[in-house]
Design a protein around this ligand. Sequence first.
Ligand code: SR1
Ligand code: MG
Length: 401
Amino acid sequence: MSRFDEYFLMKVEDIEEFVKEKTDFFEKDAKLVVNEIGDGNLNYVFRVVDEMSGKSLIVKHAGASLRIDSSMTASTDRNRIESEILLIQHKQAPGKVPEVYFYDTTMCACIMEDLTGYKMMRTAMLDNEVFPLFADHITDFIVKTQLSTTDVVMNHSEKKELVKSFINPDLCEITEDLVLTEPYNDINGRNSFDEENKAFVEKELYGDKKLSLEVAKLKFNFMNNSQALIHGDLHTGSIFIKPEDTKVFDPEFAFFGPIGYDLGNVIANLEFAWCNGDAKGNREFCEWVENSISQSIDLFIEKADKYIKENATDHMAKTEGFAEWYVSQIIKDTAGYTGTELHRRTIGMAKVKDVTLLEKAQRVRAQKICLLAGKDYIMNSEMIRNGKEFLDVWKRAVQNA
Ligand code: SR1
Ligand code: MG
């Protein structure tokens, strides 16, 4: 019998005993220091350190209600999904995700590697730090972890088995509401933004039926296109980085969905960082962001095309021209979901510090740039085919804001 045989919401004082009972990572008599370090919207994250040996680890623990709003709930099964996908990705892309030491489906807690020496990418970019290898790293990660789980490459029965264990209804519903519905109608009254952009939002987002139709298509593509095992929330708060390496974590929104959703999230979140650098007049930082946007698209196209040609197992997917068509569909989705991420982080309930921390006049301008660019990405997704064209949309919005 153990007090961890039945779920309860753990506090700082419970973590040392939990870790010592579930793993042999620390000596049993080690004096551990535990701090809650999470600043996400959903979970509790504890760093556990043995100051004598210098060893440390992370415990990520899911509560039934969400930190961003205690009236919101999401199944604690998200912790199992996160732990299992990290184990899968550790094999697909060794070293590119934190190592899972142990996960506990009763306590809904995952004990994993502490990424010391890495910074959360959003925080580093708020200090306008640049990472020239980022585009290469993130496109490697997306291609290796996601194309390998498509029907193009994976045995179709195995894929269907995997789809079953990654059904993630509660977390998908959060995205379906917050990202793919509310920014276009405020149907749940949870949107907020500066008054100066009210007329624009009401006319150009809530009042534009053509925009709603395109977003409705993106929503149903998100819900019905079980293309690959995607991360589902690949923003820069889900990435740990240092100049020579990039690691992806926090995949609790993972499910079988469209690959372009992840790549679009990456692009939009680089653009939020651009707004922050621009407000500080840091041209060098903005240029690095611009290069990262175009390189992320172009490297993805190049690597995905090569990966499909080398690894396709499905007979029809080996047809000449298929790889190019398949990748072009992902890029079209990417443009659309870049747009929805730009919109929802600007006016929806879950915002980003890159923009919220700006002083008023700069924040209003950043919001306008993101709203304009978001619309352009969504409405013209068929025509945005490469890195330069992704960047052109952004530059047009900056000019017109
Ligand atoms: C209610 S949760 C709000 C947001 O936080 C997560 O990181 C996801 O992005 C979600 O949409
Ligand atoms: Mg998260």
